[in-house]
Design a protein around this ligand. Sequence first.
Ligand code: SAH
Ligand code: SF4
Length: 355
Amino acid sequence: MESLLPLSSGNAAGMSLGELNSLCQRLGEAKYRAAQIFEGMYRHRWRDWNQFSNLSKDLRGRLASEARVEWLAIEQSVVSSDASVKHTLKLADGCETECVYMPYENRATLCISSQVGCAMACSFCATGAMGIKRNLTAAEMVGQVMSLVIHHKHPNGTPINIVFMGMGEPLHNLGHVMDAFFTLSHPKGMAVPPWRVTVSTSGLVPGIARLGEYNPRPRLALSLNATSDDVRSKIMPVNSVWGLEKLALALRSFPLGPDELITLEYVLIAGYSDSAEDAERLSRFAGRFPSKINLIPYNSWPGSAFSSPDEADLNRMGRYLAERGHIVSIRRSRGQDIGGACGQLAFHNRSERAI
Ligand code: SAH
Ligand code: SF4
């Protein structure tokens, strides 16, 4: 028999159904075996080939000599006073990625990264200050989710929400993000419903249009963060290319489902985005397409030139928007004390309580 080259990574963890199909084909196995491996790996969370009771002993042995199932190792975990836990995960090339597990009563929200660093250089953001190191692969994004659910013993059947709001600009890595989305939402695996997955962008207009072409696809969130081109271009360089008008037009033509809303994330930064005029302009912008607004008080980090808004300004903006008929929530950032609030995962605070 022709000898097979070993799998280049030697690791099946994070593989898509298509990749498992190729693996089975190499082993001379039928396609339905790939679906069984997929189900064992993602639904049952099996990590040892001996656990794959849906496969023959012979096939388990051959798989074991081909590949292991080894999820990303957790390097550091930091717990917040509100029970959110930020994890640093080690990647095969020595890079690190960060993600957060946020437990709620009947569900959990998992905030995951799409890149190591970020190229968008938003001046208020700790990840932006790092620059871009590289895109994450789909397996590395799926790996963050699997490492989190395994580590936290997240009960099978309890819903999870997945937000691409960690490090990186997901629309700069859309192909891999969508590959990860298909694996995570596949009915034979974790079966996360597409509407429980949200991709957050700083406003890459061509990427928004491309995302809209997929069906099914995750939901869309836009980090607006300022209401005039002048201020937005100062804090988010992407705005100099795709300003507020182009952005509003892209969001208006995004093909929404019947009950679907676009989330507008609005970080209030003292003196930049927290005035009464901002509230008015935000209301006008949000009224141009079906939306809900998430107000986020800026969380300052060492070296940041920006500061948090006054509580009174935050509440005033919330009230104004609600009175104008918007769906508005104030996200008192979970994990704020551990720098674990989404979008600031690159921030390491020495006073964090490591576990
Ligand atoms: N790159 C994508 C997704 C990751 S950032 C994006 O920008 O949308 C996720 C969110 O965190 C964004 O809304 C961003 O504006 C916000 N964010 C970044 N730094 C923050 C900080 N220091 N305090 C509060 N929110 C922050
Ligand atoms: Fe990148 Fe988002 Fe941070 Fe901007 S806010 S630098 S897009 S991670």
